[in-house]
Design a protein around this ligand. Structure first.
Ligand SMILES: Cc1cc2nc3c(=O)[nH]c(=O)nc-3n(C[C@H](O)[C@H](O)[C@H](O)COP(=O)(O)O)c2cc1C
Length: 188
């Protein structure tokens, strides 16, 4: 089997959008940072997240059969990073330490994060062990989003991306432009 260094792997994998994956109950919630998450299917709407077995989140998702995906703005970087470097196994008051407050999702009662610009409630439908992580697949049962037109307005919401080595970045709104298929004229 090919061996690649972690540094080289992250160089290929990043930058990536960071999410806070919420789990547990509204009275006893947890949140962990995740960059290995992805939409999978429109119909049914499926969303996946890759979670290492040693995370407290891993057993909480299994126990409740659900999880939340929360996209937080760049301004909340330290809250996200705290949830990505501290485990609930070490600090029971992790969310308080991170300054994260939650509310109950409308469909499943999954804890969702206040201040997120997009949150999903997912019902666990499959889990697949892949290498040293488990790929949890959830059916999306509710979507809470700031804007309903299918794209984020990056002049008002600054998405949080992870670069690796504890570094984060956001996007430059000045760089937004429409893509053009080469060899065609730009639509007016
Ligand atoms: C930016 C960032 C991204 C991360 N992405 C993942 C990920 O995709 N999957 C994972 O299992 N752990 C990931 N982690 C590590 C977990 O967030 C971390 O181990 C966390 O403390 C687990 O919390 P818990 O034990 O309370 O569930 C990431 C950490 C950081 C800082």
């Amino acid at each position: 089997m090919m061996r690649i260094s972690t540094e080289m792997f992250f160089r290929v994998a990043n930058p990536r959008l960071v999410a806070l994956i919420t789990s547990g109950s509204i009275s006893d919630p947890n949140a962990m940072a995740a960059t290995w998450h992805a939409p999978i299917s429109f119909d049914p709407p499926l969303y996946g997240v890759s979670v290492a077995p040693e995370r407290a989140t891993h057993s909480l998702i299994r126990e409740s059969g659900s999880f939340g995906v929360n996209l937080l703005p760049y301004e909340m970087v330290d809250s996200v990073h705290t949830c990505g470097r501290i485990s609930r196994r070490e600090r029971g008051d992790k969310l308080e330490l991170a300054g994260i407050r939650v509310f109950s999702g409308p469909e499943l009662g999954v804890p969702l994060v206040e201040g997120a610009y997009t949150s999903l409630e997912c019902e666990l439908v499959r889990e697949i062990e892949l290498g040293d992580h488990t790929w949890f697949v959830g059916e999306v049962r509710s979507v809470l989003a700031l804007s309903g037109d299918g794209k984020i307005d990056v002049s008002t919401v600054r998405p949080l991306l992870y670069l690796g080595s504890d570094l984060y970045v956001t996007v430059d709104p000045e760089s937004v432009r429409k893509g053009r298929v080469r060899g065609t004229r730009q639509p007016s």
